[in-house]
Write a protein that binds this ligand. Sequence first.
Ligand SMILES: [Fe+2]
Length: 315
Amino acid sequence: MTGLFRFAHLTDPHLPLLLGDMRGPSLTTVKRLSGLLSWQRKRQHIHRPEILEATVADIRAHEPRHVVLTGDIVNVALPAEFARAEEWLATLGNAGEVTIVPGNHDTYVETPWSAGAGRWHAYMTGDEGMAPGRSPEGMPFPFVRVRGPVAFVGLSTAVSTPLFSAAGRIGANQLALLGPILEKLGRQGLLRVVLLHHPPARGASSRRKGLKDHEALRGVLAQAGAELVLHGHTHMAMFDRLAGPRAAIPVLAPSSASALDARHESARWHLIDVARLPTGQWRLQVTVRGLDPATKRFRGEGRFVLMLDRLNTAT
Ligand SMILES: [Fe+2]
């Protein structure tokens, strides 16, 4: 067995929103007020900083070579939140060791790239620099980062939406670029891991919260192929399969990395060990690490292996 590479996936940390973050009337929009209300009523009791701290400590203890984070770092996209998130990201690792894609809460209201999620651009920059493509919000995506045998392909589904909507969209530009990128990486024999915030599987999210162009994305993946898709958004651990050119593409999501929620799902993260067998097959071992809400300690909740027969490409 060769090429062992270990990486971690966490999502939806939703760093604490502080009352002092909301300064100045120009920052106050109806959508932000609704988000603030939701935070005060409910979300601040679920997304706990001490739980996120425990998640990060547990990830570090497993010494992954890379960490991926699939969005919703902040809540209502206030300038103070972006600044604090920048500091927090540095505690997770340096920008070369950590890859992120934004979530809908990171574009909660329309914000210029440089003042919003763009503050974290170092974590979303490809190996060849800033991506030439553009998301519907004008952000530079998709980007590619090769680490060990893995090619991480970052997509943005984050768009600012009307009140009560948490939908996402990839947009025609990213979709047009994605197919050729995946085909090229496939020809290079890399394990292609696609990162996005919203779930791509049919029915994984309601219409109000879902990915608008999920069907188009599945079309690209079915043709160009990928070995794994990782997402967040639902705050629930999920496993799906999408059609690929030769074999199904596994799709994985852990619950929110900061959740302490005895009624639903508390924090989880995934440890993924990649190995290449002498037969050429990929062996992906996924370890689910989960928070025990009673003790507030992480434990292994289970382990499964994905055997990928060969590169999932059309040719
Ligand atoms: Fe979220």
